[in-house]
Design a protein around this ligand. Sequence first.
Ligand code: KG4
Ligand code: ZN
Length: 346
Amino acid sequence: MTIILGIESSCDETGVGLSRLDAAGGIALLADEVASSVDQHARFGGVVPEVASRAHLEALVPAMRRAFDTAGLRLSDVDAIAVTSGPGLAGALLVGVAAAKAYALALDVPLYGANHLAGHVAADTLEHGPLPSPCLALLVSGGHTQLLRVDDLATSITELGSTIDDAAGEAYDKVARILDLPYPGGPPIDAAARRGSPSIHFPRGLTGPRDAAYDFSFSGLKTAVARWVENEERAGRPVPVDDVAASFQEAVADVLTAKAVKAAKAEGVDTMIISGGVAANSRIKELASERCAAAGITLRVPKPRLCTDNGAMIAALGAHLVKAGVAPSALDLSSNPGLPVDVISV
Ligand code: KG4
Ligand code: ZN
């Protein structure tokens, strides 16, 4: 039995997770503590890196204490440590990496610098068990929009496409501002969209015949929404917020799910995972399950708590790395804000 401590600090969530790898290769989650600084960023309409770094510094040790209390473990029970070393905000990553190095040195246990994106995929294995190989992962959050082919969670992940401008969640947050809805924009737009009807046709970015099949673009969509709203205001008409939200959401859900299903078919993959904060979206889940069912693809979406940034996903990825016998990182490990997705551990 191996106990793995996972530390996550790439954005505005300070996460500490504890997982257990048993002799048969099973992975169980023992603790998952998250402290978010989202409220401190709300008035700015987006994450302020310096504020996030400071919040990690204050939240990390208390989150560690809560995680060990929940699991009924002590620091000396830890056999290995995994920490997000990238991608993410430079100053924010630094806090988690520095802490993980200190704990690894003090406890004399192996340290794994882990990829945040692979962590999002690993989170699903905590809820739905081992992944079939190969499978496809669609990661959609405030910071990422990625289509990945996963052959082996610990050793082989290939990026098929990503956003060329805004991330999907970023588009939600920006459109929420246009519609005078609070930050983060995903939940209020999702709620408004359920009351409205998708009667306005907004553009589907990068879906032309000559466009990159698996890349995404949401900045044109955001601009189209802004122009539409301005036009109504200029004409003195009340803005139908619910219908605008529903129409915007339909455009996002349509593009994400169409491209993901197309990629799954082209890669001959029969399982799709959707993770990241935006995976909590009701319409994306609904359309993805319709389209996956029609294409004979099994859809796996972890519960929202596991979709958003947390330490559990890093503790899970750490367990997969230990299980696969991947070599640990050196103690001079540094963070890498631009860590490519195919570098699963550093
Ligand atoms: O994964 P996450 O918590 O943090 C990172 O960005 O890494 O994702 C946060 C993003 C925000 O942009 C938020 O607006 C979006 O996820 N989000 C949603 C929903 N809930 C959260 N977007 C669409 N629909 C939702 N229900
Ligand atoms: Zn994330």
